[in-house]
Ligand binder design. Structure first.
Ligand code: FMN
Length: 397
């Protein structure tokens, strides 16, 4: 069969969740996965209107009354912008409809944002390269007024808390060997375990070491045990009430950590990898606003920080990463990506002895410890004598 006949016979459809905005003078149609779109001309809209289902290209040419070579150019442009899909190609956007899912009660913008940030290709160089066209934004804001009040140095009496806060670093290489089961129990129990049940009118509400909007605690911990004494390697779900791990029947470990965390080979030696997945229905049952999704994202940060601090206190090397292969992780764990999306990954392993070195093969950047940093390192807690007097800065902003 000729290439031209192949082209005519192929089937295309509109990519799911394509949306339209009004910008300046005109309309723009785009995919949630792309930063740019194409002008929503009558021709583009006509073609997209016809493509609600898989459609033969030759039939489409007749319907929109375009010569096939011209239609090919239009389709190439739409495909390059992620606006149409060709049958047989890898589908990159979840095509499930948000109806009958927790997203339905929130603004469509929440779902579009969620889709826009899924399965990002972190391996692509340009996705994480600094923008060379503009200067780097300053790391600190300039003074926003004329006066400063110099604050007393931090004085945290609890030396072990001080040391834990000071020593937490993100590790991306780990010493070989297992961590004790007790360490795993401590990590999971303190971070995700239920510390108390509050008996509210709606039913029992879990209280944990982290806060949670409306005490929904939608984030579940799925644990990939890799090297833990007395626990067989495999995929587990942590049950926060009884403080137990349930082995996920019929689920097999992926071949490598990089299939979950692309382009991050350093995590291969981690002892444990924990996926935070949100049971969105728990949140949507109470909150019918897109802000509920923001709350879920914020809660990921609370739990991850607790996990990293507990790991540090245990003398382990923690990490957290947002560079996930969402769809692969959800598939491996048997999660429904629309109802129970993978949101964030944390993990821990054994510390490599010697100075902290975030990346294998690269020296650690030189650190200049600040006054505040030194205060955490101080053995003696300094007493506060109250705020120092205001100082007028020599020059204003
Ligand atoms: C939300 C979030 C996402 C992150 N994603 C990644 C990531 O994709 N890859 C990675 O190597 N580190 C990731 N990190 C770790 C940061 O790179 C790290 O926190 C930062 O370099 C500061 O170093 P520190 O954690 O040792 O203070 C992430 C951290 C946060 C809070």
């Amino acid at each position: 069969m000729s290439a031209a006949a192949d082209k005519a016979r192929r089937r295309v459809r509109r990519a799911p969740h394509v949306f339209c905005t009004w910008q300046g003078e005109g309309r723009l149609v785009q995919s949630p996965r792309r930063a740019s779109g194409v002008p929503a001309s009558p021709l583009v809209m006509d073609v997209l209107d016809q493509l609600g289902a898989w459609t033969d290209v030759d039939r489409l040419a007749r319907t929109v009354d375009l010569p096939p070579p011209v239609l090919d150019i239009v389709l190439e442009g739409l495909s390059a912008h992620g606006l149409i899909e060709t049958e047989g190609d890898r589908v990159t956007v979840d095509d499930g409809r948000p109806e009958a899912t927790p997203w339905h009660g929130w603004s469509p913008a929440a779902y579009l944002f969620h889709l826009a940030t899924r399965d990002v290709t972190f391996a692509r160089r340009d996705s994480a390269e600094p923008d060379s066209r503009t200067p780097r934004p300053p790391a600190e804001l300039p003074p926003l007024g004329t006066f400063d009040i110099a604050l007393p140095p931090p004085g945290l009496a609890d030396a072990s808390l001080r040391a834990t806060l000071r020593d937490r670093r993100t590790h991306r290489r780990f010493a070989p060997g297992p961590i004790p089961i007790e360490a795993l129990g401590t990590l999971l129990g303190i971070t995700f375990g239920v510390q108390a049940w509050a008996h509210a009118g709606e039913g029992p509400l879990a209280l944990k070491t982290s806060p949670s909007g409306g005490a929904r605690h939608s984030l579940e911990a799925y644990v990939w045990v890799r090297r833990v004494d007395q626990v067989a390697p495999g995929l587990y779900h942590y049950r926060p009430g009884p403080h137990a791990l349930t082995r996920l029947d019929d689920r097999t470990e992926p071949g490598s950590v990089t299939s979950w965390l692309p382009a991050q080979p350093g995590y291969e030696d981690a002892a444990v990898v924990v996926v935070l997945s949100s049971e969105l229905a728990r949140v949507a049952w109470r909150y019918r606003s897109a802000r509920a999704y923001r709350v879920v994202l914020i809660e990921c940060g609370h739990l991850a920080q607790t996990f990293c601090l507990v790991a540090t206190a245990l003398g382990l090397a923690p990490f957290c990463t947002a560079a996930l292969a969402d769809t692969v992780i959800e598939g491996d764990l048997g999660l429904d990506g629309r109802m129970q999306p993978a949101m964030y990954v944390v993990g821990a392993g054994r510390v490599v002895p010697g100075a902290w070195q975030p990346h294998a093969g690269q020296p650690a950047p030189p650190l200049e410890i600040t006054e505040l940093g030194r205060a955490l390192a101080d053995r003696v807690t300094r007493r506060s004598n109250g705020p120092r007097p205001r100082r007028r800065r020599a020059s204003g902003r």
